[in-house]
Ligand binder design. Structure first.
Ligand SMILES: *Cc1c(COP(=O)(O)O)cnc(C)c1O
Length: 382
């Protein structure tokens, strides 16, 4: 790609790392379903490839595309979002290190810190990231990472990335931002001062509920190199077919996100006016506590919507009555999903500081015809 020209997001998503194949002219990077590569004499590598754990051309195409769409120096693709998180943790922390995590982090992230990192000797504190003074107060000399998720899952809390980047800088810690809910189309944390972005590419980037994957994007090449060392040493890499599916997804991320956001706004409008809905949680609502920050750091407010009913029973009933919204975990695909976090995605958080309200319903608003989505919710709520 011509580095002289500044390219827009959608152009990068379609072209970065994906020049037509020099051997055949194939317009899309082929699935290099291969483990090893012929060497022309010992060490004579033809394209820098020797073994597909270390590097694979399809994965490289995805990694370059991820780096450019997030505006980072290096992208790395993993077998899942949690594999990416684990590689970051092992690269930056040692026994005795300390990490600050959001008090409403994704449940799997919390489990990684509580059940894997802590037994290894890494201490962590769940802190409300909306409270910058509380984050500052939680910093210790051993703090290595301030871990940010914004918006959060499932309560759609919003954290001020630029303000937290300043806290991390003063603390000599890295600012890591899980950008899964926003995607790089809506929010670019590295431009706001973050050091590394984390993704579950399973969600919006893949976008079609057909692949599990994760990614790390480092702002600078040095951190990128250290993360790449761990990616290879620990080995939880994205396979070639998974990398290819993820690349196929990212090409349409911009147009999909536009529709996810537009449909979510229609859904929010219906829910806020519905008598049986007690509260709607969406950063696009002016009365959302993080609305101003979200408006400042996001291009639009995303496709995730949560709402509270009058009781747990009412919440469960809605989840079981939709016909178009599919009852299921995960999010970010073209199809609309509904779930009850308390009994499903966040059941493991019961009794922890991350327990979610029992009357909560979470929607991943898809890109179907909005009128059909509204009709479905209307009948399920009645
Ligand atoms: C799903 C998710 C993860 C974990 O990713 P996997 O691909 O399921 O391992 C991490 N963070 C957030 C915000 C998620 O939604």
């Amino acid at each position: 790609m011509d580095n002289e020209v500044q390219r827009g997001f959608e152009t990068l998503a379609i072209h970065a790392g994906q020049e037509p194949d020099p051997a055949t002219g194939a317009v899309v990077p082929p699935i290099y379903q291969v483990s090893t590569y012929k060497q022309d004499g010992i060490g004579g590598l033809r394209g820098g490839y020797e073994y597909s754990r270390s590097a694979n051309p399809t994965r490289t195409a995805l990694e370059v595309c991820l780096a450019e769409t997030e505006g980072g120096a290096r992208g790395l693709a993993f077998a899942s979002g949690l594999a990416a998180e684990d590689a970051l943790l092992r690269t930056v922390c040692r026994p005795g290190s300390h990490v600050i995590v959001p008090n409403d982090a994704y449940g799997g992230t919390y489990r990684l810190f509580a059940k894997v990192a802590q037994p290894w000797g890494v201490e962590f504190d769940p802190v409300p990231l909306g409270d910058i003074a509380a984050v500052r107060a939680a910093v210790r000399p051993e703090t290595k990472i301030i871990w940010v998720e914004t918006p959060t899952n499932p309560l759609l809390g919003v954290a001020d990335i630029a303000a937290l980047a300043a806290v991390a800088r003063d603390a000599g810690a890295l600012l890591a931002v899980d950008n899964t809910f926003a995607s790089p189309y809506l929010q670019r944390p590295l431009e706001l001062g973050a050091d590394v972005v984390v993704h579950s590419t399973t969600k919006y980037i893949g976008g079609h509920s057909d692949v599990v994957g994760g990614a790390l994007i480092a702002a600078d090449a040095d951190l990128g190199e250290r993360l790449a060392f761990h990616q290879n040493a620990m080995g939880a890499v994205a396979g070639p077919f998974d990398a290819w599916l993820t690349l196929r997804g990212i090409k349409t991320l911009g147009v999909r996100m536009d529709r996810h956001c537009a449909n979510a706004e229609r859904v929010v409008d219906l829910l806020t006016r519905h008598p049986s809905v007690r509260q709607v949680l969406y950063p696009g609502l002016p009365d959302h506590p993080g609305h101003e920050i979200a408006a400042k750091q996001m291009k639009a407010f995303g496709g995730m919507v949560s709402f509270r009913m009058e009781s747990e029973e009412a919440a469960v009933r809605v989840c079981e009555r939709t016909k178009l919204f599919t009852l299921g975990e995960s999010l970010g695909g073209v199809e609309s999903l509904i779930e009850h976090p308390g009994r499903m995605t966040h059941a493991s958080a019961a009794g922890s500081p991350l327990e979610v309200p029992a009357d909560l319903v979470r929607l991943s608003v898809g890109i179907e015809d909005a009128a059909d989505l509204l009709r479905d919710l209307e009948q399920a709520l009645t």
